[in-house]
Design a protein around this ligand. Structure first.
Ligand SMILES: NC(=O)c1ccc[n+]([C@@H]2O[C@H](COP(=O)([O-])OP(=O)(O)OC[C@H]3O[C@@H](n4cnc5c(N)ncnc54)[C@H](OP(=O)(O)O)[C@@H]3O)[C@@H](O)[C@H]2O)c1
Length: 175
């Protein structure tokens, strides 16, 4: 398979790249600062369109992991970078994939469990989890993380690509 991993030079991406590459898959990372690696690493900025878009043509999977590390002080500048690096990279990927002749069959986008409310009463999961943001007395940093997560997923799910593909695969779906 041809597997494109934007933001793949980090912790999770490196593990995935090593795994897929060892099994003979064609792995391509997108990085703002390409470094030599056993797989291809192609430059992008996570914000604007560029030659990197061609790497997604006829790919099988895109796994977007781009995002400024949250392991930092939540200064205004870092908050901006945490937010923008996730939302802008997801938006430009959506536009890029929508422009392809042969887009990847699967697009996975990183998200975060901090989208859920802080719960000690029951587990939170994709099926029954409750979004956070309204807990009384919650620290500002919690609410910031929840807002990032919501905006990140909104950027992903608002891609027209998903609508087109859903409709294309479900002839009975309402227009
Ligand atoms: N690790 C976890 O336990 C965990 C848990 C929940 C969610 N996540 C999410 O999963 C994703 C991957 O996690 P990770 O642990 O592999 O993170 P990571 O090691 O920090 O790697 C993230 C990659 O994002 C890219 N990046 C950083 N700032 C950017 C910016 N301003 N614009 C575009 N790209 C930028 C960097 O690639 P370049 O410098 O090469 O461009 C970096 O290698 C992240 O989005 C993270 O929030 C991770």
């Amino acid at each position: 398979m041809k597997i494109v991993i934007p933001g793949g030079a980090g912790q999770i991406g490196h593990l995935l790249a090593r795994h897929f590459h060892s099994r003979g898959h064609n792995v391509i990372l997108l990085s703002r600062n390409p470094q030599p690696a056993p797989w291809r690493v192609v430059p992008w900025d996570g914000i604007t369109a560029g030659p990197w878009i061609a790497e997604l043509e006829q790919s099988d999977v895109c796994i977007n992991l781009a995002g400024r590390s949250v392991n930092c002080r939540y200064t205004p500048a870092n908050r901006r970078a945490i937010f923008d690096s996730r939302i802008l990279s997801t938006k430009i990927l959506g536009e890029a994939i929508a422009s392809l002749q042969h887009p990847p069959a699967v697009w996975l986008n990183a998200s975060t469990a901090t989208i859920y409310r802080h719960s000690l009463d029951r587990p939170m999961d994709e099926a029954t989890g409750e979004f956070g943001g309204n807990e009384p007395g919650a620290p500002d940093t919690w609410n910031f993380s929840i807002e990032v997560a919501k905006a990140w997923e909104s950027a992903f799910f608002s891609s027209s690509l998903l609508l087109f593909r859903t409709l294309a695969r479900s002839p009975c779906a309402a227009p």
